[in-house]
Design a protein around this ligand. Structure first.
Ligand code: FEO
Length: 400
């Protein structure tokens, strides 16, 4: 088996034993051009404790990595912080090896694991359910559990290692990066990857994140290291990612306009470019995204960071272009806060795209600004000037 990555001791007796998914390019629809990792951590104490597992297809690689530290059959405890399969689907395999291991999970975690792994013999698994503030002594060390409901599943939990001040945060504070480096200070642009991750995974739960950060504050935890279940570990001033989460969860955007569009024969694209020119002329930053030529995960991150955006679609089959339909379904589910939106598009003999785009977003908290701009066939000089004027107004709104 090819397991080039050694386990890494991140604190005395605490090891990263996860796996690197170098070829991950799509994480349930989230584009991951830099790959990803599934992090698991092993604490060697009187009770050998595994924090989270990995995707089933990597189970034996994780077990092999653990075996370089201890005999995997000697694992006493497994903390299952989260049911989603990227962290739990190796459980059936590891429990074949560590047959006496007890699993610690929230009540909802236990229920979820039972539902996923009914055919893997989970009725015989030894569970103990835990809740916020519960502690588990593992020898010289103590684990404390902190429920993280809807961050981002109902079962989600985090685990704090008291003696070493390490927060095993599961999905929160993660990033999708495949790298042989394990720490934030070894990877450039890690904050950018963390922002993309937040935008695509955690935006719908922004208010929960703010409450969770409050809970962590009230518990008075000193956090020297945040070890998430994806990407690199935050050891260089972990407060900076906590502060970034507080900012991103607040929904406050930058003074920037994003123009998002698709185009069949170039007319809607001409409109998009004229709008962008107007935004620039107003003195506001602007970014254009063609829906079929860009990574949507990055686009969503840019959108989360702006105050104002414009959506453009040609009319096709009496409605919006199919990519815009898919994009708006995704965007609506993310429920971004404090965004203003305007619509534009070209049509041939019957419109419909703008009506459908408005319909798709009408029951969200996104505020519609300025009248939509529709152009029949190809935009003329006056039409493009109208687009430019719309851009100027959107730029002013973004700066207001
Ligand atoms: Fe990384 Fe919600 O799983």
């Amino acid at each position: 088996m090819d397991t080039p990555e050694e386990p890494l001791e991140i604190a005395k007796g605490v090891y990263w034993v996860g796996v690197i998914d170098w070829n991950l390019r799509d994480f349930h629809g989230y584009e991951t051009p830099r790959g990803g990792t599934y992090n698991a951590y092993l604490i060697v104490d009187e009770k050998i404790t595994l924090i989270d597992t990995v995707k089933a297809s990597f189970a034996d690689e994780m077990i092999e990595r653990i075996s370089r530290i201890v005999d995997p059959s000697k694992i006493d405890y497994i903390v299952a912080n989260h049911v989603e399969m990227d962290h739990s689907s190796a459980l059936p395999r590891i429990l074949e090896v560590a047959q006496n291991a007890k699993i610690f999970a929230t009540e909802r975690g236990k229920t979820g694991l039972n539902e996923y792994y009914a055919e893997s013999g989970c009725s015989g698994w030894n569970f103990e359910t835990v809740k916020t503030g519960d502690e588990l002594n593992i020898g010289k060390r103590t684990l404390m559990f902190i429920e993280a409901v809807m961050l981002h599943w109902p079962d989600s939990m985090q685990t704090y290692l008291k003696e070493d001040n390490i927060l095993f945060s599961n999905d929160a504070f993660g990033q999708h990066i495949a790298t042989s480096k394990r720490f934030d200070d070894q990877v450039e642009d890690v904050m950018e990857d963390a922002a993309i991750y937040f935008a695509n995974i955690l935006t719908p739960f922004a208010s929960r994140i703010l409450k969770h950060l409050e809970t962590i504050g009230k518990l008075g935890l000193q956090i020297d290291m945040i070890a998430p279940s994806h990407g690199v570990i935050w050891r260089n001033d972990p407060q900076r990612i906590i502060d970034a989460y507080a900012k991103w969860a607040s929904g406050k955007g930058n003074q920037k306009v994003i123009v998002i569009y698709d185009s069949m024969w170039g007319s809607t694209e001409m409109m998009a470019k004229a709008i962008a020119e107007g935004v620039r002329a107003s003195g506001t930053d602007v970014v254009l995204f063609h829906l079929r030529k860009n990574d949507w995960s990055m686009l969503i991150k840019e959108l989360m960071e702006c105050r104002v955006f414009a959506l453009g679609s040609p009319t096709m089959h009496n409605g919006m272009f199919f990519t815009m339909g898919g994009f708006l379904t995704y965007l609506k589910g993310l429920r971004p806060k404090d965004k203003k939106v305007s619509f534009f598009g070209s049509y041939g003999w019957g419109g419909g795209a703008i009506r459908q785009m408005e319909e798709a977003l009408k029951n969200t908290k996104m505020e519609f600004v300025e009248d939509p701009l529709k152009v029949k066939f190809r935009p003329e000089k006056d039409d493009l000037e109208g687009c430019r004027q719309l851009g100027i107004k959107l730029g002013e709104i973004a700066r207001s």
